[in-house]
Design a protein. Structure first.
Length: 275
């Protein structure tokens, strides 16, 4: 197994493009990482893109960008040990790993053995794909977020991550400004006031992923998250895109919301922390 690590996202995309096209739904996170880097939305330092080859055939892809957790998109059985050892040399203090069920768990176990730190499951995301969309009848209207909504979007995104126990990725006002300017952040308004938020990632290989989605606690129970998520999903589907999203398996409310508007589960993606 031949392992390569590069910080050049353009070179990495060239290597991984055919791999991604085989299953753009399963590899939606990887595709988004690449799109955000090449599109200038993520300029964070310390990007590591690992590829695992069997001869000239690409068999595995792993990333670690901007101090976030390692993300394992795919690895063959004989690729875990060399991939872990290669990454442990450049990011020995990595805080965790996420990926498809079975792959992430095996990587986490190998990391613990090589680096000498224990691992545990922090949360599990369920990947959903949109089937037949059902748009709920909810009071209010959707609109795209604008520069004047920047602080609300930053605050709500941080609140969502704290509530979900997800590490803060450090988005500041400048980073949010770029995302809002791209036109992919939406608010649901009631009586002229924002009550819920939904965004979507850069479409890649025919797939667009909805998220983040957040409603402040005081506005919950009114269907706003369902409504704004359905609206964003509809705008994506009308562009001919397949639509997907992740939901925390431990959150029965969000899972019910997404199932009720037409999303169907595809698989589970556990997140492990090293501590």
């Amino acid at each position: 197994m031949r392992i390569t690590i590069t910080g050049d996202v353009a070179d990495f995309e060239r290597r991984a493009k055919a791999f991604l096209r085989r299953d753009p739904l399963r590899y939606t996170v990887l595709a988004t990482i690449i799109a955000n880097r090449t599109g200038g939305l993520d300029n964070s330092p310390d990007a590591y893109f690992l590829t695992a080859y069997d001869g000239d055939t690409l068999r595995g892809v792993v990333t670690r960008v901007g101090g976030r957790e390692i993300y394992v998109s795919e690895l063959p059985t004989d690729g875990f040990d060399p991939a872990v050892r290669a990454l442990a040399e450049v990011v020995p203090g990595a805080g965790g790993v996420e990926g498809a069920d079975g792959i992430a768990s095996r990587f986490a176990a190998r990391w613990s053995a090589v680096v000498g730190v224990p691992h545990r499951v922090s949360f599990v995301n369920v990947l959903y794909r949109l089937d037949a969309l059902e748009s709920p009848d909810v009071a209010g209207t959707p609109r795209r977020a604008t520069e004047s909504d920047r602080d609300v979007c930053v605050d709500w995104t941080r609140a969502m991550r704290v509530e979900a126990g997800i590490p803060d990725i450090g988005w500041d006002a400048v980073a949010m400004r770029r995302r809002i300017a791209a036109g992919r952040w939406w608010l649901w308004e009631r009586d002229g006031e924002p009550v819920s938020l939904a965004a979507h990632q850069i479409p890649a290989y025919g797939v667009a992923r909805v998220g983040p989605v957040y409603t402040p606690p005081a506005e919950r129970g009114n269907g706003y998250a369902s409504a704004v998520s359905a609206h964003v999903s509809h705008t994506l589907r009308t562009r001919g895109l397949a639509v997907c999203l992740f939901a925390d398996k431990a959150n029965p409310t969000s899972n019910k919301i997404y199932r009720d508007i037409g999303f169907r589960p595809v698989g589970e993606f556990p997140h492990y922390v090293f501590d």
